[in-house]
Design a protein around this ligand. Structure first.
Ligand code: VNL
Ligand code: MN
Length: 350
């Protein structure tokens, strides 16, 4: 490529907000999970990646790219003019381990993440992981991650043992996130046990379909439970173009009103779509459609949409081309590419 277009492309700061990594200890733990008895739908993907046959080159390469932080990743970022990855421990995080293992692996992963951010402060930021299996210890780790490790927010891979954040046992986690002004990125994992069965065929268990339904259901449960009246400043980020929640705004508002009126749902101060605008931001990870982007900007506002790649599960070049060619103004592209990410995840402007 000639120097001129490359320089031109470099002008805008590109911060990618849902970029996955792992550490060897977590990968080894997931290999053990893959070999233990169990019927969680996550095992389809966990077995494919972490207990792959030796000759499965694509899976070996994916795992190598997850575990690499400073060689292939930085080269990929340079090649695609991506300034920064906001890193997060890849799904299902520590949420399939027992509470003690999960708690100690979360702390280890956060320490490693903080080290790499410290080595490359202009190239990486990090979302801290925590173990919801032990909510009190999770809240402590969240505080350490922000105050001591200076990480930028939190990652959670949807349900934990088929339970969702509207369960009051998790309120210490929500309280900590709100008090620390740390946005929780709710990333997908495979559907919880009760809703998994229809996703067992045709590869629907993961990114094709199951992930989106699982994660959108999580977000909707949070909104209609009333927890945003209790935690009005809590910030949640959803990937994959908001997991399509805002496409449902009208029907969700209308039918939730009906459910409230017949006593099936708690009375809320705001409508679900009002909570979605106030308490959520969304990213474009793995959902590179200008039509869906346009709808998202129009329905949620330009300040609520952030760019992401979903590295290494998605290639970087098309994600950059998608946002470079989005039919938006220069000022809007600046917000999508970095301004909103800087605000939400407390990243210093360049
Ligand atoms: C996939 C895509 C998996 C994005 C992910 O996490 C992810 C997939 C496990 O295509 O299977 O973040
Ligand atoms: Mn992802």
């Amino acid at each position: 490529m000639s120097a001129a277009p490359k320089n031109q492309k470099k002008k805008i700061r590109r911060i990618a907000t849902e970029e996955a990594f792992s550490i060897p200890e977590v990968a080894a733990g997931l290999r053990d999970v893959a070999r233990a008895p169990g019927d969680s739908q996550d095992l389809i993907l966990v077995k494919r990646i972490y207990d792959a046959p030796k000759d499965d080159k694509p899976m070996a390469s994916l795992l190598a790219h997850l575990l690499d932080l400073e060689v292939m990743r930085l080269r990929d970022m340079d090649d695609n003019n991506v300034d920064m990855h906001i890193l997060s421990l890849t799904a299902p995080g520590v949420q399939m381990f027992d509470a003690d293992t999960a708690t100690s692996l979360a702390a280890l992963a956060n320490d490693r993440l903080a080290e790499v951010v410290r080595r490359h402060p202009t190239r990486f930021a990090g979302l801290a992981t925590f173990a919801p299996q032990s909510p009190q210890r999770a809240a402590k780790e969240m505080e350490r991650a922000i105050k001591k490790l200076k990480l930028n927010g939190f990652i959670l891979n949807s349900h934990t043992n088929s339970e969702y954040l509207d369960n009051p046992k998790y309120f210490p986690i929500l309280e900590a996130a709100e008090a620390l002004d740390g946005c929780i990125y709710i990333h997908p994992r495979a559907a919880s046990d009760g809703m998994a069965k229809p996703f067992a065929d045709y590869g629907l268990d993961s990114a094709q379909w199951g992930y989106g339904l699982e994660t959108s259901t999580h977000a909707v449960r949070m909104m209609v439970s009333g927890l945003f009246d209790r935690f009005p400043k809590l910030k949640i980020c959803l990937g994959h173009m908001g997991e399509a929640v805002h496409f449902w705004s009208w029907r969700l508002d209308y039918m939730n009103r009906n459910a409230q009126n017949r006593g099936a749902a708690p009375k809320l101060k705001l409508t679900p779509s009002e909570y979605f605008k106030r308490n959520f931001v969304i990213t474009t990870s793995g959902q590179e459609s200008h039509l869906a982007l346009d709808y998202s900007i129009k329905s949620l506002g330009i300040d609520n949409v952030l760019w992401a790649i979903d590295y290494p599960y998605q290639p970087s070049a098309p994600a950059v081309a998608f946002m470079d060619s989005a039919p938006v103004s220069v000022a809007e592209r600046e917000k999508l590419y970095h301004g909103n990410a800087e605000r939400v995840f407390h990243i210093l402007p360049a």
